[in-house]
Design a protein. Structure first.
Lengths: 252, 272
């Protein structure tokens, strides 16, 4: 009974829609493949749900990972429709190979924060405090956006810090600091917000801080360009931008 | 089994076809890798300092791991194969658990046990000032965690097959327990012990997930070849290809050479 009801209510709009639709592709369910930097997980998940609600028949599927990995997947011809990177450098890799449909746009920003263990047992208050040679400091390799930004911030502040480990991504830094294995790291402000008190954030003065820009672009080989554009437009709409603010990101 | 007779045996073509597909499946990725390798940069990349460091660290830690696996794994295998005790099935399942677990999970478990705030690690730090994460010791521990099951399973299987009456006879002839274990049991399972050693070594050499999670990734200290390869994939994909080839070459050469030299004439169901 219920199943039939669902079936009918699902079929009726499809039949009505297909009767008046001009393009044949909109008849069937489409899946939008969104490749996004892992730091975007929370706002993107919510944006995906909201977008699916507004666009019946479109399913948004996320492939989250390090921007550098995702850029490589796109270069190798992965079936992505949209690519959202945590930095411009990785978007450039894709853009310079002419793999984007149109120029990428900045949809969110972020800034950095020092993270320390809950309660700040070592009383770390500034970038200067990170130079203590006994302190265990972790970052990522400079090829991952967060590692590059961290190096930039330390250079701006004129401090030299010797990392004890180059984690594979920002989540690795979070894990090592939250578990108390490392004393400090530098991550995005949004990660501190998302960690829900697992780590403590220590502000970096604006003069030394950077603004991380998140670009997004539609892939040239996408077969769902219309929906992809719709998703990008949604992220840039007031509703989408509010999600980023909610999760600790800045908006352009 | 007689070697010449085995060669003359004719298999149904369907089986040969499926086997060929399986073999091609293993072969194709290597061909793909070789196809994309920038050979002109080979010597330039493999002679780089950080690569030499990673290679040396990998060889050193994986060999230490294999030796430790033997020292602790053989007694464990012997216990599991020969002694009936309550909870034996549980211990055996536990021993092999890390073969099934994603290595990252093993790394997290090690971190929460031997890390600075871990179950055991906090006392190591407080009482002895020992901190394991971010050290070479942690690399070896991560490798042991994932590699030891290979040795334990191989040796246990051999011990089960080995007729324990030989040991009984040796005991009646006046050999001490330790003497019999050393002179009768160990020599008779030598091929399997060796196979287990090589399997554990190969697993340790390729270990990635548990190492990066528990030991971190610092060139010269904890950055083994798999980690260096992964990092290179971001900075310089060409060198990642070359590093992958170097690892394949080392592992493949040793597997072939060792097999022929020590295991060629055995027929004990050795999994190599």
């Amino acid at each position: 009974m219920f199943a039939r009801h669902v079936l009918v209510s699902a079929l009726v709009p499809i039949m009505l829609f297909s009767a008046c639709a001009s393009s044949p592709e909109s008849q069937e369910q489409t899946t939008l493949e969104v490749y996004a930097a892992s730091s975007l997980a929370m706002p993107f998940a919510e944006a995906g749900v909201a977008f699916e609600k507004e666009h019946p028949g479109v399913k948004v599927q996320f492939n989250l990972g390090a921007s550098s990995d995702l850029a490589r997947f796109v270069q190798e011809g992965a079936p992505a429709d949209v690519f959202a990177s945590a930095d411009i450098a990785n978007m450039d890799k894709v853009e310079t190979q002419d793999l984007l449909d149109s120029q990428s746009v900045i949809f969110a920003t972020n800034y950095l924060e020092i993270i320390v263990e809950k309660g700040n047992p070592l009383n770390i208050l500034s970038l200067e405090d990170l130079t203590d040679p006994d302190l265990i400091f972790v970052t990522t390799s400079p090829d991952v956006p967060i590692g590059k930004y961290t190096a930039e911030v330390l250079k701006k502040a004129g401090v030299s810090v010797t990392p004890d480990s180059f984690e594979s991504n920002v989540k690795g830094i979070m894990l090592k600091v939250a578990s108390g294995e490392a004393d400090a790291g530098i991550v995005y402000h949004s990660e501190v917000v998302a960690s829900d008190g697992q780590v403590k954030g220590v502000q970096i003065p604006t003069e030394f801080n950077i603004v991380a820009k998140y670009p997004i672009g539609i892939i040239k080989n996408s077969t769902n360009k219309k929906q992809a554009q719709g998703f990008v437009d949604f992220l840039l709409s007031p509703e989408g931008q509010a999600l980023f603010t909610q999760y600790g990101f800045g908006v352009p | 089994m007689n070697r010449s007779r085995r060669h003359r045996q004719k298999l149904p073509w369907q089986i040969v076809l499926i086997a060929a597909v399986a073999a091609a499946f293993f072969l194709a990725p290597f061909v793909g890798l070789i196809w994309r390798t920038p050979w002109s940069k080979f010597t330039d990349i493999v002679t780089r300092r950080e690569i030499r460091d990673a290679l040396w660290l990998s060889i050193e830690t994986s060999l230490i791991t294999s030796v430790i696996c033997c020292i602790f794994g053989v007694p464990l295998a012997w216990l599991l194969a020969r002694v009936e005790f309550p909870g034996r099935r549980f211990i055996r399942a536990l021993t092999t658990l890390s073969m099934v677990l994603p290595p990252v999970v093993g790394g997290i478990a090690l971190l929460f046990t031997f890390g600075r705030r871990g179950l055991i690690g906090q006392y190591l730090d407080r009482w002895f000032g020992i901190r394991l994460p971010f050290t070479m010791t942690a690399v070896v521990m991560a490798q042991c965690f994932v590699a030891m099951p290979f040795l334990v399973l191989t040796v246990e299987a051999a011990l089960r097959q080995f007729d324990s009456r030989y040991e009984g006879v040796a005991r009646t002839l006046g050999g001490s327990r330790w003497y019999v274990f050393r002179r009768i049991t160990l020599p008779s399972i030598r091929p399997s012990l060796f196979a287990g050693f090589v399997l554990a070594w190969a697993r340790a050499l390729g270990e990635f997930g548990a190492t990066i999670t528990f030991a971190g990734n610092l060139p010269g200290t904890t950055q083994t070849m798999p980690l260096a390869t992964y990092v290179a994939l971001d900075s310089n994909p060409e060198s990642a290809l070359i590093l992958s080839l170097v690892m394949i070459a080392i592992a493949f050469t040793i597997l072939i050479v060792l097999r022929d030299r020590w295991l060629g004439r055995t027929d004990q169901g050795v999994p190599l």
